[in-house]
Design a protein around this ligand. Structure first.
Ligand SMILES: [Mn+2]
Length: 397
């Protein structure tokens, strides 16, 4: 059976709303033409409660898709979900669509409308002639709950079928940022193919010796360096084991790195303009992200740089984003590395000392100690941290 694997459309994503819709449409249409059945591992919508017009985008895409003549059909669904269609379009909700247990999310609405089969906590069996593909879905859940879920839930493969585990989670080997992220070898064994969403660039790997595929998103949202490759989807052939990636016409995204080391603001702005012009001349309105690093020429500070004119100059030719966040701090840390200052010093201590140094320069004179302030600010979410810091400061005065 030929399976299309296409994911993370983020319909309703505000910044590139029409990209999200048109690129999803292209991916779904092309993928359907080349496959017997379709798998969508989450984040069809950008939001757990999409506005009616965004919901309508999703409904129209999947209405068109489910009314096609498919070579395969849904034979059976067991578990928490029910099948309201025979169309072999098997989906799960992602993190963006997750709601409390028992509440309807936009994916369950698509399922109720009879356009897709929601495989969360269920096994959907797709049949084509004598061939069967069984998809065990895990709807996107909080990363810290996944290990418990894997321990308590049932993972029985279907004998005689090609078994797939489909989920929407971070994987530690791909994103080593949190201990909550599971490792490849913690995934249940026994499946013939592992399909994951969530990560927006495409990945091919191996889990328990079997193929693992992330198709990546069909639209740019995170604007990470790894998202510069073209967007698209996979066609996986269960007979040959071949996984083929196919590109769609997605908006181009380029990261341009400019060093400001020892340069004056005027030199920097003309260098940026030159580099952006190279990308903007191709008529496809790319997103060009300029990332600056290094330390400025003596006597200049980041506040001396102004980029609004550059952004304006390229209006209609490129969407230009300029980040100067790498300017001073990056060079301070790089300098510290060079001098061996960070050797044996935990990064947090280094961060604290940098913070205290900056506060001193700014003439900080409040009663709460800089170290305590650092701990509060580096603690929880941004809003909570700021509130906690303000509370503490106002109390102290
Ligand atoms: Mn996503």
């Amino acid at each position: 059976m030929k399976l299309a694997i296409v994911s993370d459309f983020h319909l309703g994503y505000e910044r590139f709303r029409s990209d999200a819709f048109s690129q999803a449409h292209e991916a779904l249409t092309k993928a359907a033409e080349q496959s017997d059945a379709m798998l969508v591992p989450g984040d069809i919508f950008d939001n757990r409660a999409p506005k009616p017009d965004v919901l309508a985008e999703g409904l129209s895409l999947f209405r068109e898709l489910s009314s096609r003549k498919w070579n395969a059909e849904i034979e059976q669904v067991t578990g928490m979900s029910k099948a309201y269609t025979n169309a072999p379009i098997v989906v799960i909700p992602g993190t963006h669509e997750r709601r409390a247990v028992g509440e309807e999310n936009p994916i369950s609405l698509l399922s109720l409308a009879g356009f897709v089969v929601d495989a969360s906590d269920s096994v959907a069996i797709i049949k084509k002639g004598n061939e069967r593909v069984a998809v065990r879905g895990i709807g996107g859940i909080a990363e810290e709950r996944l290990r418990d879920y894997l321990k308590t839930a049932e993972f029985k493969t279907v004998p005689g079928a090609f078994n797939i585990l489909m989920f929407h989670q971070s994987i530690y080997e791909l994103m080593p940022f949190s201990k909550d992220f599971i490792h490849f070898d913690e995934l249940p064994e026994g499946y013939d193919l592992y399909v994951d969403g969530h990560i927006h660039n495409r990945v091919e790997a191996k889990v328990h010796g079997k193929p693992f595929i992330i198709p990546g998103s069909t639209v740019l949202t995170q604007l990470k360096e790894t998202e510069q490759e073209s967007k698209g989807f996979y066609i996986y052939d269960t007979e040959t084991g071949e996984a083929r990636f196919q590109s769609i016409n997605s908006r181009r995204f380029v990261v341009v790195k400019v060093s400001v080391e020892g340069k004056e603001p005027s030199e920097i702005t003309s260098e940026i303009s030159e580099r952006v012009a190279k990308e903007a001349g191709k008529g496809d309105m790319p997103i060009v992200q300029v990332s600056l690093s290094g330390s400025l020429k003596q006597g200049f500070k980041p506040g001396d740089l102004s980029f609004s004119q550059i952004v304006k100059d390229f209006e209609g030719k490129a969407i230009v984003e300029i980040s100067g966040s790498g300017i001073e701090e990056a060079s301070a840390i790089a300098g510290a590395f060079k001098q061996g200052m960070l050797e044996g010093l935990p990064v947090k201590d280094y961060g604290t000392s940098l913070f205290i140094e900056k506060l001193k320069q700014a003439g900080y004179s409040l009663s709460i100690s800089p170290t305590a302030l650092f701990d509060i600010l580096s603690g929880e979410s941004k809003d909570k941290a700021v509130r906690a810091a303000l509370d503490k400061l106002l109390q102290g005065d």
